[in-house]
Design a protein around this ligand. Structure first.
Ligand code: SF4
Length: 96
């Protein structure tokens, strides 16, 4: 098994499935934020939300566990964490 933590990862949210409960924001407020539309979006190091569909931000290594836990706990199954190099999902509904 490859070491997931050694590779650059990115995360995106499928807003079509987001329930707006805010669990991800509780886990990793540096990466996730609820917008005024009541849905969660990823945000970059510049604190700007990425609102185009499928937009990704890099996962800071220090926040990987929190982001991975968010993907596992997300009631909408709509947080996708994937390797930047080959876009293979490592946490989320499409992970092995
Ligand atoms: S945990 Fe999932 S369903 Fe809940 S607000 Fe975050 S992205 Fe949306």
């Amino acid at each position: 098994m490859t070491d997931k933590t050694a590779e650059a990862l990115e995360v995106w949210i499928d807003q079509d499935l987001c329930t707006g409960d805010g669990i991800c924001v509780q886990y990793a407020p540096e990466v996730f934020e609820l917008d005024i539309d009541g849905l969660a979006y990823v945000k970059g190091a510049d604190d700007e939300l990425r609102q185009s569909p499928g937009a990704t931000v890099p996962v800071p290594l220090t926040l990987l566990q929190d982001v991975a836990d968010s993907a596992k706990e997300c009631p909408g199954d709509c947080i996708h964490v994937r390797r930047a190099a080959d876009l293979v999902e490592v946490y989320g509904p499409d992970a092995d």
